[in-house]
Design a protein around this ligand. Structure first.
Ligand SMILES: [Zn+2]
Length: 254
């Protein structure tokens, strides 16, 4: 097994984060000897320790924030401290947008000292962490600075984090394994202009990208009520592409 993605949390947005209907802990990405944590939302550290796989945060080489919203970044400080063995050993990198560090920052100053370094994410840039090369293809449309990620491992693995839908979006994520934050059932409207992707947007993106598998995660409350696994099954039949609705503690090996 060269690589896997462990879904520590598959819930998204404020209601799910508040009620913990699903965990909002984010993702663990492993490839060869490299381990990265993506979007440690509320409960990340606790859910990580409760996970079947007993993944040890002091093994992490880096933590990535796609953006600073609480359901993606709440546990970033405690996760940095855990990566650095309680802050006793300087260890690991942080990757995040500039606005996670300035203005109304989510990363505490004293915790930054535990890190080996901080990389500010910028569209069009590529970052190397041991065995993984990590590309940030495009800035997303979201109330705060937000990015998706493309990991270059034995396969290309893409994560489309929170964004409003835009036409060129799928062109930036031509990957083999496509993970998408699908928050909503219905697309946004003028009266309900929250910058999140819906099941319909997801379908359009998957049809264009044609990945070997598409995984929906970071699911919002209304979507969870509509049985995500049934939505995934119907989409799979319609598109002829493998579609998975992620569940808490799911491990996807690639
Ligand atoms: Zn967000």
């Amino acid at each position: 097994m060269e690589g896997f993605i462990k879904f520590i949390g598959t819930g998204g947005a404020r209601i799910v984060a508040s009620k913990q209907v699903r965990s909002t802990g984010g993702l663990w990405f492993h490839y060869r000897n490299t381990d990265l944590y993506i979007d440690p939302g509320p409960g990340a550290l606790v859910r990580l320790h409760a996970s079947r796989d007993h993944l040890d945060p002091s093994r992490l080489n880096g933590i990535i924030l796609t953006h600073k919203h609480l359901d993606h970044a709440n546990d970033v400080n405690v996760m940095i401290e855990a990566m650095a063995e309680g802050g006793f050993r300087k260890r690991g990198m942080l990757f995040c947008p500039e606005d996670a560090l300035s203005g109304d920052p989510v990363v505490l100053n004293y915790v930054r000292a535990y890190l080996d370094g901080i990389h500010v994410l910028k569209a069009g840039h590529t970052y190397d962490v041991k065995d993984i090369s990590l590309a940030v293809p495009v800035r997303h449309i979201h109330p705060v600075e937000a990015y998706g990620l493309v990991f270059h491992a034995n396969k290309k693995v893409g994560l489309i984090s929170d964004t409003r839908y835009f036409e060129e979006l799928s062109d930036y994520y031509r990957v083999d394994v496509l993970i998408v934050n699908v928050l909503r059932i219905k697309p946004i409207t003028e009266n309900d202009p929250i910058d999140h992707l819906s099941v319909e947007d997801f379908k359009k993106i998957v049809a264009r990208v044609q990945p070997e598998v598409a995984i929906m995660t970071h699911l919002g409350m209304n979507l969870i009520k509509e049985k995500p696994y049934e939505i995934a099954r119907d989409l799979e039949q319609e598109l002829g592409i493998k579609i998975v609705a992620a569940y808490d503690d799911m491990k996807w090996v690639f």
